[in-house]
Design a protein around this ligand. Structure first.
Ligand code: NZQ
Ligand code: ZN
Length: 388
């Protein structure tokens, strides 16, 4: 394990079919005013809204609502949320939804008492909050981002054509999260598959780096094997509780800081995907799947040994009699075949990206330096070009 690190995860999880009962334990810890944050209405259709409202009332809370959080939440919506949270004098922000709703709740929580412009402070200058933070709790309805147990908050600025994530410290992590796998059963298949790939990408972004032997990579391989196994079942039968619950738990451990410990991390698939989303507003996991193969094929020569290990330990490639490079390529081929089988989007054209957007997407791509190849702008352009 490289370097020195601390590990602390302050989010308390309530998991399983009765997880929502956890709200009754948590709510009394906070003041009376609760800002209930949710998305475009799925929670009203599937009954989760009514269940949450009943518990809030039972606990004697004043309920204020902030609805309409869109996938890829925007700076305009964030400003509205700050206003609503202020008006409500919110003691707790309760996010009921997917990653967008949870991310947005965190952004509001650090912005309500902020004297600066939150977009500039947190998403452009990457500063940490210096003001009082409103606590956040989550009831998760979509699986993928890991937002339920991390400090990530991703906000889109349409005017600037930027989609940027700030990974806040553990003071911004949700105080608690409710995770009932059955709450995810009503997700459209497209969203379920997108979430599955988001999980895979989170693990790979932290796996493909370094040449040292470390425990984190072994944990990642186990998580990936579980994910692939359960995803195959869930794609065939979306209401298979065992598979959906495994996927939900894997998502959390894929991005709650654990598997990044003792390592550098890559995150270029996310940077490319976020640039695509900044121009197309496409679904997060699909932006990742669409750039993945061009990206990994491009960097494979710089990390061949790790790609070969991935092929053998995750995809069961038989390495006997093969060069390391051939084993690595066979692993990517197996991955690509699986991605196509479960129905992922494999190019950015299908997400609405046009040739005219290329220059803009190149400009919108932030460059990270923890992976096998530190990209230049021309590398970014080459991978995006190969993604059409
Ligand atoms: O808005 P509603 O009506 O609720 O519909 C949502 C939305 O349209 C729907 N949905 C959610 N739960 C449902 C459901 N529909 C039926 N039944 C349910 N149970 O699903 C759609 C997508 O929801 P969204 O929250 O946008 O999806 P996801 O969880 O993938 O979140 C995506 C956002 O998270 C960010 C992404 O960039 C994107 O902005 N990320 C956050 C990260 C983090 N916090 O660490 C890391 C990730 O890499 C990611 O960047
Ligand atoms: Zn992601």
């Amino acid at each position: 394990m490289n370097g020195n690190f601390t590990y602390c995860n302050p989010t308390k999880l309530y998991f399983g079919k009765d997880a929502l009962d956890g709200l009754k334990e948590e709510l009394p810890k906070y003041g009376k005013n609760v800002l209930l944050v949710y998305g475009g209405g799925s929670i009203k259709k599937n009954g989760i809204y009514d269940k949450v409202i009943a518990i809030l009332k039972e606990c004697g809370k004043n309920i204020y609502e902030d609805a309409g959080v869109m996938p890829n939440p925007t700076t305009d919506k964030l400003n509205e949320g700050v206003m609503r949270a202020n008006k409500a004098k919110a003691d707790l922000i309760l996010a009921v939804g997917g990653g967008s709703v949870c991310d947005y709740a965190k952004a509001v929580s650090v912005s309500v008492n902020c004297n600066d412009d939150p977009w500039e402070k947190y998403f452009i200058r990457f500063e940490e909050p210096t003001c009082e933070i409103i606590p956040v709790g989550c009831v998760l309805t979509m699986v993928g981002t890991g937002s339920e147990m991390n400090g990530g908050s991703v906000i889109t600025n349409h005017a600037q054509k930027l989609k940027i994530g700030h990974v806040f410290g553990d003071n911004v992590f949700p105080k608690f999260s409710v995770m009932n796998p059955e709450f995810t059963f009503t997700l459209p298949k497209y969203q379920m598959i997108s979430g599955i790939y988001d999980i895979m990408s989170h693990i790979l972004e932290q796996y493909f780096s370094g040449t040292d032997d470390n425990t984190s990579d072994y944990i990642s391989e186990g998580l990936l094997r579980s994910l692939i196994h359960s995803a195959d079942i869930a794609v065939e039968n979306p209401t298979d509780y065992e598979a959906r619950s495994n996927i939900m738990w894997t998502a959390t451990w894929a991005l709650n800081t654990l598997v990044a410990k003792g390592k550098t991390t890559d995150w270029m698939v996310h940077m490319l995907g976020q640039a695509v989303a900044a121009h197309t507003d496409a679904t997060h996991g699909m932006t990742l799947s669409a750039v993945t193969m061009p990206y990994y094929k491009y960097i494979l020569p710089y990390g061949t040994a790790k790609f070969a290990r991935y092929a053998v330990n995750v995809w069961g490639v038989d390495a006997r009699g093969k060069t390391q490079e051939q084993t690595a390529l066979d692993g990517l081929a197996a991955m690509e075949k699986w991605m196509r089988k479960i129905g992922l989007v494999m190019n950015i054209t299908d997400l609405g990206a046009t040739k005219e957007m290329l220059d803009g997407m190149v400009k919108s791509t932030l460059i990270m330096d923890g992976g096998y190849k530190v990209f230049t702008e021309s590398d970014v352009r080459a991978v995006l070009k190969a993604s059409y």
